[in-house]
Design a protein around this ligand. Structure first.
Ligand code: ZN
Length: 180
């Protein structure tokens, strides 16, 4: 039961932190939808056996996109969860192209759980591109994002076959699998 309380706390914490954020797509879904989706993906992938992973997934964008520190996460959810969130957090002091390049570079060296969050994150983003692409994104821009996400995921494959397959399905959804 302690775990259930911790998980619900993580959901509430992330909902409050991201309260004013929306997804980039034309539907402008609440940002929390992305977080619940990523958490569900890793929960299903690990058959509900990894509570820390689910909490880290639901919190995975708090340090990067809200005023949240790793210390705050560690105090509320424990060091393992906080470290996992930190592991999937980009350094926002770097310019965006550099951050994107580093995601590709770091993917292969990430811990197995960080790899799972990264794949689930890209699954969610690709699905969103398929169902609700951002206004003004050309086909070329979408293709560019998909190619980059595919590169990041290439470094993360091999930990969880189900997640790898969900990514391939999302890829087919958004571009018919024709990105190389
Ligand atoms: Zn995310």
């Amino acid at each position: 039961m302690v775990s259930l309380i911790a998980v619900t706390k993580a959901y509430h914490f992330t909902a409050m932190k991201h309260v004013n954020q929306r997804r980039k797509g034309v539907a402008a879904e609440p940002y929390i939808n992305h977080l619940t989706e990523v958490a569900e993906l890793v929960a299903v992938a690990t058959r509900g056996n990894d509570i820390d992973l689910v909490m880290a997934a639901v919190l995975h964008d708090t340090i990067e996109d809200t005023a949240t520190t790793m210390e705050e996460l560690a105090a509320a959810f424990g060091l393992r969860v906080a470290e996992l969130v930190a592991e999937v957090t980009d350094d926002k002091n770097l310019p965006k192209p550099e951050r994107k390049r580093l995601q590709v570079e770091h993917a292969a060296h990430a811990s197995p759980r960080a790899k799972m969050i990264k794949i689930a994150d890209k699954v969610s983003n690709l699905r969103a591109l398929g169902s609700s692409p951002p206004a003004g994104w050309s086909k070329a821009r979408i293709a560019q994002y998909v190619a980059w996400a595919t590169e990041v995921v290439a470094g993360c494959r091999g930990v969880n076959a189900w997640l790898d397959n969900e990514f391939d399905k999302a890829l087919t959804l958004v571009c018919g699998g024709e990105i190389s």
